[in-house]
Every structure is written in C-alpha cells, then in structure tokens.
Ligand binder design. Structure first.
Ligand SMILES: Cc1cc2nc3c(=O)[nH]c(=O)nc-3n(C[C@H](O)[C@H](O)[C@H](O)COP(=O)(O)OP(=O)(O)OC[C@H]3O[C@@H](n4cnc5c(N)ncnc54)[C@H](O)[C@@H]3O)c2cc1C
Length: 436
C-alpha cells in the first residue's frame, strides 16, 4: 500500500474521523465519505423543537484519554467544551456518592466514607467486591453476566439498584442480567483505579458535532484532504491495483490504496457483502445484537433548574436527568435518558413523556407541565455487550480492507472512547500493512 495513493475512510463518526486524523499524522492522504450532511454519526447534533440539540445526551469520563487527545489535536479545547466534575451518583433525598479526587483506592474509600444514604453493610459490600476484583487483576473467570457477578459477591439488592445497575446500564448500555461482567470490570478498573481524575464525569457544554467531528473535518480540510458530506458509499470495488468507490453519484474515478469502513456495524455488513474474503468479519457482525437509548427532551419555563447538571432518577423509567441550561443550553431545558432495553419500550411516546414529567416533579418541587417534549429513540444505539462476545478486528481477512468503530475488538463497551481508540488502532494497522 503506497502513501502517495489516498486511503478512503467511509463514515465520519468519532471512529472514522479519528482514523483519518491519525492517518494524516502518519503521512497518508485520506478522503472521507459521509452519507449525512452532518458529521458525528451516533453522536451528532440534530434539530429538535427549533433548537440544535444532540441525538442523545452523552457523558464522557476522565478516562477517555484518546478522545481528549484527539480533540486537542484538531484544536477542540476539552477544558472549554466539557464541564469536568468528580464522579457523582446522586438520587436527591436518597443516596449520594462522590468519588474523591485522590489516588486509588482512596478515591473510592473516601467517597464511600462520605457517602449519604448508604449503610455500613452496603459500604463493606462495595469494598468486598472491589477488593475481590483487584485481587484477580480485574479478570473475571470464564466471563459471566454482571448480575451473576453481583450475586456471587453478595451485593445487597438496594446497592445493586442504586449503584451497580445504573453504572452497568450507563457504561455498557446492556441490562445487568445480560451484560458482560468482564467488560464491566474493565470499565471499573480504568475509571476507578487509574488515577484520581479518570472517574471524573465530563459533560459536553456544546453539541456533540462541535465537540470533535466538525473541528476534525475542518482540520482535515485545512491539511488539504477531502471530506465528502452527504455522500453515501454504495459499493467498494476491488481493482488490479487498489480500490474504487461507488457513491450516490455513481462510480468515482479516484483509486484508493486501502479502504477503512468506519460505519456502524449494520452498515458495515452491507458494504462487506460483495467482498467475499471478509466472510469471518461478516459473521462476527451478524452475531451482534442491539440495545436502544432513549433521550426525552422536556422544555420547562426559563429558570427551571435541577439541583445539579446531572441527577440520578430511581424507581421509575427515567435513569438520569440532565439540565441543559447548566450545560450551555437554553435555561429550563431538561433531558432524561433511558439506556438499554426495558419496559419503557412498550409505552407510547406521549405517555412516556408524561410519566417522565411526573418523575421529574419528585426532583423539582412545583414543576409546571413542560411547554413541549421531544423523544429521540435510537433503536440501535450500541451493540449489546454480552459475555464472551467475539468482536471483529480492525484488520479484515482481505488485504486493503479495514474496519473501525465502537464495535471492533476492545476491552471496552461501545463508547466514544472505544470508537476513537479503534480509529487510532485502525490507522496503525493501515500503516503496518503499507510497510508490507
Ligand atoms: C443515544 C446515544 C447515547 C450515547 N451515550 C453515550 C455516552 O454517554 N458516552 C459514550 O461514550 N458513548 C455513548 N454512546 C455511544 C457512542 O455515541 C458511540 O459509541 C459512538 O458514537 C460510535 O461512533 P462510531 O464512529 O463507531 O460510529 P457512528 O457514530 O455510527 O459513525 C458511523 C458513520 O458512518 C456513516 N455511514 C454509514 N453508512 C455509510 C455509507 N454507506 N457511506 C458513508 N457514510 C456512512 C454514518 O452516517 C455515521 O456518521 C451513545 C450512543 C447513542 C446513540
């Protein structure tokens, strides 16, 4: 593979753009193709109620080191664009745990000592589980579900409901009864046992497209590389020396030394269809299941505030409520998130919004009815992170064809960080292949 002939990157989500930026840094020419006019993929801005809002509320962690590095690389300043706060799990009037900003394990120990609404028996149970995981180097023998790990470690039901289940569902977007305990342990290790800031929550103060995708597109263009927006790729065609692409405009004349498919897995499967040597990757993708994430926006009168920018909800359908007004958005706009599959999927949109409003009334006294509500249901938000999943490698069995995205091989669940890391790993694989 030559450095002189460009690499085509299909998909301008966090993975594809990270891959393109990393490739450019390693001396490659790139052309990026994105079917939407707006870059960002599953983390992008959309128009809601006349406002520019995200397709889903996102939270980043201090442990997202590659995402933060990529943002800086393209000139997006994380300190300005993200609100950094210590990890705080707060259910008003019921439970509050804030990780202390000291080195592990004291961040958790101190956090537990200061926690509100936790019995000593529950505190001991947390320490018992974390100590057991640390003893094994966070390796879960034979992988199992999070629910079975919690059961074996004797975690009290209330602790599961207020701490472990919300953490599992938020991090893995998979219910504890189905989620991989090994991936959950990997997340706990990186978030809680790396350093005192890796568990910090980073809340976007801008929309998700402006957080990284748009600056990345502009950075690539400034370096003289092409980014085609509104340009869906229909087919990848292998020629004698390299590949050509068929887009919505028909076959394109340019030749590419390699092609990185950086789409969501269900779209990658379609593009791989006519590339017979990628059979193994296609079957790994077809074994994946999906989990939804619902974000419901509720617009209240100006001045309506939650007690904090992010508040836990328990005992109903809502899991987390975000105060967009405290995050650079319009005052009074709240976003409620429901991750993973569950009984909320059986409820009509309007009814669900009404129920969530009632739940918010338990947090904000005297809350009037919302002026408007809008629900965004991402039905295939992420793959379902189950035990023993075989995720495809960035390197396929076909020379010159690569994959990247949040679903490729990684110790982590589908997140922005795993998307970015896979983009970087894919660029390294392209470079290794180019050396022969
Ligand atoms: C509602 C929601 C909430 C989430 N919350 C969080 C969170 O709080 N924290 C977190 O870390 N992660 C969260 N995630 C997960 C995170 O958004 C994803 O893991 C990440 O965005 C995936 O990035 P990607 O680049 O791998 O794929 P994608 O974002 O899916 O990017 C793929 C791109 O390829 C394009 N494409 C597809 N087919 C073609 C084609 N034929 N030609 C050209 N382009 C094509 C698509 O338009 C898209 O832009 C959430 C996801 C959702 C949906």
């Amino acid at each position: 593979m030559s450095h002189a002939i460009p690499i085509a990157v299909i998909g301008a989500g966090y993975a594809g753009l990270s891959c393109a930026v990393e490739l450019v840094g390693r001396g490659f020419a790139v052309s990026v193709f994105e079917s939407s006019r707006i870059p960002g993929g599953r983390a992008r801005v959309v128009a809601v109620g006349g406002l520019a809002l995200d397709n889903g509320q996102h939270v980043l962690l201090g442990a997202y080191r590659e995402t933060l590095r990529m943002m800086r690389r393209v000139g997006a300043n994380p300190e300005r664009l993200l609100l950094r706060r210590p990890l705080n799990l707060c259910y008003p009037n019921e439970f509050e745990l804030t990780a202390a900003r000291v080195r592990p394990p004291f961040n958790l120990i101190l956090g537990l000592l200061r926690a509100r609404g936790v019995s000593w028996m529950e505190r001991r149970a947390v320490v018992r589980l974390m100590s057991a995981l640390r003893r094994t180097g966070f390796a879960v023998a034979g992988d199992q579900t999070v629910a079975s790990l919690l059961g074996e470690a004797g975690q009290p039901p209330r602790l599961c409901q207020l701490l472990w289940e919300p953490l599992c569902v938020s991090a893995l977007n998979t219910p504890p009864e189905q989620a991989s305990a090994q991936v959950f342990a990997n997340v706990l290790k990186d978030a809680l046992f790396d350093d005192g800031t890796s568990s910090d929550m980073l809340l976007p103060r801008t929309d998700l497209t402006r957080l990284f995708p748009q600056p990345a597109v502009e950075w690539l263009q400034r370096q003289g590389h092409t980014v085609w927006l509104g340009e869906p790729v229909r087919r990848i065609v292998q020629g004698k020396s390299g590949f050509t692409i068929e887009s919505g405009r028909g076959p394109l004349p340019e030749r590419y030394a390699g092609v990185v498919i950086a789409t969501a897995p269900y779209h990658a499967a379609t593009l791989l269809e006519e590339l017979p040597e990628t059979f193994a990757q296609k079957s790994q993708i077809s074994a994946l299941d999906w989990e939804p994430i619902y974000t419901v926006y509720l617009a209240y009168p100006e001045g309506t505030r939650l007690p904090a920018p992010m508040v836990g909800m328990t005992g109903g359908f809502g899991q987390w409520a975000f105060d967009r007004g405290q995050l650079g958005g319009p005052s009074g706009l709240l976003a409620v998130v429901i991750s993973a599959s569950g009984r909320h999927q059986a409820i009509q949109r309007d009814d669900l919004s009404q129920v969530l409003h009632s739940e918010l009334c338990g947090i904000v006294a005297g809350l009037p009815p919302p002026r408007w509500t809008q629900m965004i249901a991402e039905k295939r938000a992420t793959f379902s992170c189950r035990p023993g999943l075989q995720r495809p490698s960035v390197q396929t069995d076909m020379d010159g064809i690569f994959l990247c995205g949040d679903y490729t091989q990684s110790p982590y669940p589908a997140t922005l960080e795993s998307a970015v890391r896979s983009g970087v790993a894919c660029a390294l694989a392209v470079e290794a292949a180019s050396r022969g």
